[in-house]
Design a binder for this molecule. Sequence first.
Ligand code: NAD
Ligand code: ZN
Length: 345
Amino acid sequence: MRAVVFENWKTFPALKEVDRPVPGPGEVLLKVAGAGACHSDVAIYKDFDAGTPGAVPPPFILGHENSGWIEETGPGVQGFTVGDAYLVYGPIGCGRCRACSRGQDTYCENAASMPYLGTGLGRDGGMAEYVTVPARNLVPLGDADPVAAAPLADAGLTPYHAVKQALPHLDGGGRSALVIGLGGLGQIAVQILTALTGATVIATDMKPEAMRRAEANGAVVAAGGAGQVERIRELTGGRGVDAAFDFVGAAPTIATAAASMAQGSRLTVVGIAGGSYEWSFFTTPYEATITNTYWGTIEDLHEVVAMYRAGQITPEIERFSLDDAPEAYRRLESGQLTGRAVVVP
Ligand code: NAD
Ligand code: ZN
């Protein structure tokens, strides 16, 4: 079968012919319906090296945002029907620790002794015609379109988890949220905030087109440049935002988000650009929290699928064939996509 392989640190992935995988005990073989291209993949093949904390060594097939149809079940797997559509929960922990027991493989207490972080993250991923995944990582899609659903596995799940942790800050009248970076994750973050809260959603990106799409999803925009923080604060009646989500994570975006915070608010840095922020007693309002989140739980993913099926989340996608997957990554790198790139083998 054909697959997009991350072969070496700081090397653009290659389209290659590889063996079709065989599902092991407890696993299923999926015929891939859709595999989303995430900006984290770009960090993996372009920025990371053996010394990067948490980086998983090549080679492996990319694609950690996958959906597909059951093709075959491995030894000991029961209860699945060939042809049924599933979304893949990508993180794979030990399955036994406290974090894994609550469905949060992302924070597996034994991650250091695991050979990989998940499907498409050390273990072969979904940018291929077929992929094997543990049966416990499957979330049913029913009759929902599995191709448009693929981005839910990361671009949906990650903002959902981040927003859910921040919900106590958005519970009440007159609240507001800030979303910085309106790409794959950020656009869905706007949809989730609009569906789950009554907060005013303020959105910003350096691309006017991305801000127009966020506006169509219910946000008010605050363009970058001089006076941006003042404009954001004005939209909140001067209080600042109750929750901020930074889907870039560069020093300037963290600084903008931090300067926009209200007392008692929460800033979640989701983007992995690696920017730092110098904190002291006087830099942020009282009881304002700055934190990060990584992906989400499998229970969150069931909830994300429910929102998709209810029409509350609609990923905007651009389809690419497997042969055009390298082109999808080139366009993701250069900021030329207008929706999440989904590779449809
Ligand atoms: P993307 O390329 O689809 O979107 C990024 C958006 O940010 C683009 O619209 C771009 O124009 C905008 N942007 C970039 N720099 C900006 C700046 N300085 N000011 C304003 N806007 C700016 O990326 P994505 O796939 O949505 O991923 C977003 C980030 O989240 C990446 O860093 C990715 O690695 C990270 N990520 C984190 C997790 C996690 O679990 N924490 C999971 C998935 C992705
Ligand atoms: Zn674990």
